[in-house]
Design a protein around this ligand. Structure first.
Ligand code: IMP
Ligand code: MG
Length: 176
């Protein structure tokens, strides 16, 4: 185990087994629909790459770079992104992919802005992890990999100050 981790929550094999199930559900739900997946960067990169290769649908992929401002491991609630880089989504069903649902600020802000500015046929969201906690903004996510306790986790795309994204597992960071 990496020395900065207090414990490992999910090894790669367990993540992959869960992705197999999630991918089947998504493939079933979007059969015959014009699907655009929007991956929220940087956190969902690795999740996106492994999930989408399990979905045999003719989908389109775009990315949205989002900055949510953190003071250490706690969100400030400030979220910044630029929807103008995305293509026209009016005739598309959108599935947002994010690494983790924590306070809810990030997904809530993106879903609201997309619905107002782009009016896609539908907007759903999929997160690899969802923390068990009271959310500052209510968000209804449609697909969830794992529910976890309210602890700061890293690995498999998730960072602490931009480190640890390339760990092939998800673990709880040791208190500094
Ligand atoms: P929210 O806006 O508070 O829901 O947080 C969403 C974003 O915060 C995620 O996309 C992550 O980038 C980051 N985040 C929240 N919790 C964690 C964590 O435990 N580890 C690493 N990043 C996190
Ligand atoms: Mg982050």
């Amino acid at each position: 185990m990496h020395r900065d981790l207090e414990k490992v929550l999910f090894q790669e094999a367990e993540i992959f087994a869960r992705l197999d199930v999630l991918a089947k559900e998504i493939t079933h739900d979007y059969q015959g629909l014009d699907l655009t997946v929007i991956a929220i960067l940087n956190g969902s990169l690795i999740f996106m790459a492994d999930l989408l290769r399990r979905i045999p649908l003719p989908l389109q992929l775009d990315c949205l770079r989002v900055r949510s401002y953190y003071g250490g491991t706690v969100t400030s609630g400030r979220v910044e992104f630029d929807l103008s880089a995305l293509p026209d989504l009016k005739e598309r069903h959108v599935l947002l992919l994010d690494d983790i649902l924590d306070s809810g600020h990030t997904l809530a802000a993106i879903i609201t802005a997309l619905q107002e500015k782009q009016t896609p046929l539908s907007v759903r969201s999929c997160v690899l992890l969802r923390k068990r906690r009271q959310r500052e903004r209510a968000v209804n996510v449609d697909y969830v990999g794992f529910d976890i306790e309210d602890e700061f986790v890293v690995g498999y795309g998730l960072d602490y100050e931009e480190g640890y994204r390339n760990l092939p597992l998800i673990g709880v960071l040791r208190s500094q």
